[in-house]
Design a protein around this ligand. Structure first.
Ligand code: PLP
Length: 405
């Protein structure tokens, strides 16, 4: 499939809008991605032609909705490189997926004296659920440091692994710095001490092919809205045989086998973890997003790597601008500071030029503390971004730098 950014951009209606009279330059993709028209249309079609509840009805609409919902699970499995979709649980997003594991696996597997190994670059969503699980069980959270370049210190990672390590949880890609962690190697090392491994794939899924069997992890979570799908839907994948041993996360309809006031039995995964009416339209539209993305994935990655190289070169040339996080393996995320300027001011001034970036701690307060900075300005790219947009960012930042000098 030919990869022509100008043509692809036409698939995303929002990219044609103006902001403060300027063409929108959307560089906040790590926060949420934009949606192609096919995804928007899938939501409209579902509600205008196919709305019905799933799994229960005998009427045609319900059967169609059930088929579409379950087909979406198959698409998700394909997206993650899986043959079997049974481990793919629909959740609200990565946050809910990680909470689900911390609550169900954590409650049944963590004991006093156990250790949960996290890295210093985690998003709060992959820290706080583990802190709570640790408090409840008497386990301890242990943190792997990050090097000044923004990479997980692998020597420290090796040193901190021990038979006490019951869980290792880490981001596939850092949302704040763009670092791609060596997930296969980290999982392999974690397995040498018998730890269970959860990978937070929130920032990886929109940038390169995720192959869960090759990773060798036990859990993998991602959010639909960062992967060109709607908000409110995401996926937690877990090894089906492991999921079946865990207690349910929530209780209600759809997840039960038999309810009796004498006692209730539960279904196996994935339904075991999908209590109540799910986000049917969200799951269907997510599948459309993934089917839109998958044939373009390899070219998208190559294009983004070129954008990253171009943007890094342009930003490095700006006097007083300091890039934060320069790992050799990165997705197209550039965190930076400008001497004499507060990140929020940089964000506001860029906005006046129609350029949307994110500023602050990026839900990574411990990482910011670790790096000794209050926050950063972060430009994060998607495959629909263009070299012209890199230029607009650099020109605007050069102007801002002069204002701040
Ligand atoms: N993990 C990472 C690395 C993220 O970047 C994010 C969102 O920014 C999350 C988890 C949480 O995702 P969500 O808010 O979609 O649940």
């Amino acid at each position: 499939m030919a990869f022509d950014v100008a043509t692809l951009r036409q698939d995303f209606p929002i990219l044609g809008r103006l902001v403060h009279g300027r063409p929108l330059t959307y560089l906040d993709n790590a926060a949420t991605s934009q949606k192609p028209q096919v995804v928007i249309q899938a939501l409209v079609d579902y509600y205008s032609k196919g709305n019905a509840n799933v799994h229960r009805g005998v009427h045609l609409l319900s059967e169609e909705a059930t088929q579409a919902f379950e087909r979406s699970r198959e698409v998700v499995a394909r997206f993650l490189g899986l043959k079997d979709s049974r481990g793919c649980v629909f959740v609200r997003g990565a946050t809910e997926g990680i909470n689900l594991v911390a609550e169900t696996w954590g409650r049944t597997h963590l004991r006093a004296g156990d250790e949960i190994l996290l890295t210093a670059l985690e998003h709060h969503a992959n820290i706080v659920p583990w802190q709570v699980a640790a408090e409840r069980s008497g386990a301890k959270v242990v943190v792997v440091p990050v090097t000044p370049r923004g990479e997980v210190d692998l020597d420290a990672f090796r040193r901190l692994l021990s038979p006490r390590t019951k869980l290792v949880a880490f981001a596939h890609v850092s949302n704040a710095l763009g670092t791609v962690n060596p997930a296969v190697e980290m999982t392999r090392l974690a397995k040498t001490v018998g730890a269970t491994v959860l990978i937070d794939g929130c920032q990886a899924a929109a940038h390169f092919k995720v192959d869960v069997p090759a990773l060798g992890c036990d859990f993998y979570a991602f959010s639909g809205h960062k992967t060109f799908g709607p908000t409110g839907i995401g996926v937690l994948w877990g090894r089906p045989e492991l999921l079946d041993t865990l207690p349910p996360y929530q209780f209600g309809g759809d997840m039960i086998r038999k309810v009796d006031f004498e006692g209730t039995t539960f279904r196996e995964a994935p339904e075991r973890f999908e209590a109540g009416t799910p986000d049917i339209s969200g799951a269907i539209a997510l599948a459309v997003a993934l089917e839109y993305f998958m044939p373009r994935q390899a070219d998208a990655h190559a294009h983004e790597q070129k954008l990253l190289a171009a943007a890094t070169e342009r930003l490095r040339a700006i006097k007083g601008l300091r890039l934060i996080g320069e790992a050799p393996e990165k997705v197209a995320v550039l965190s930076f500071l400008i001497e004499g300027g507060h990140p929020h001011d940089i964000g506001t001034l860029l906005d006046a030029d129609g350029i949307a970036i994110r500023t602050g701690h990026h839900c990574c307060m411990p990482l910011m503390k670790h790096l000794g900075i209050p926050g950063t300005a972060r430009a994060s790219f998607a495959f629909y971004n263009s070299f012209e947009e890199v230029d607009r960012l650099a020109v605007s930042l050069e102007k801002i730098r002069k204002m701040m000098a």
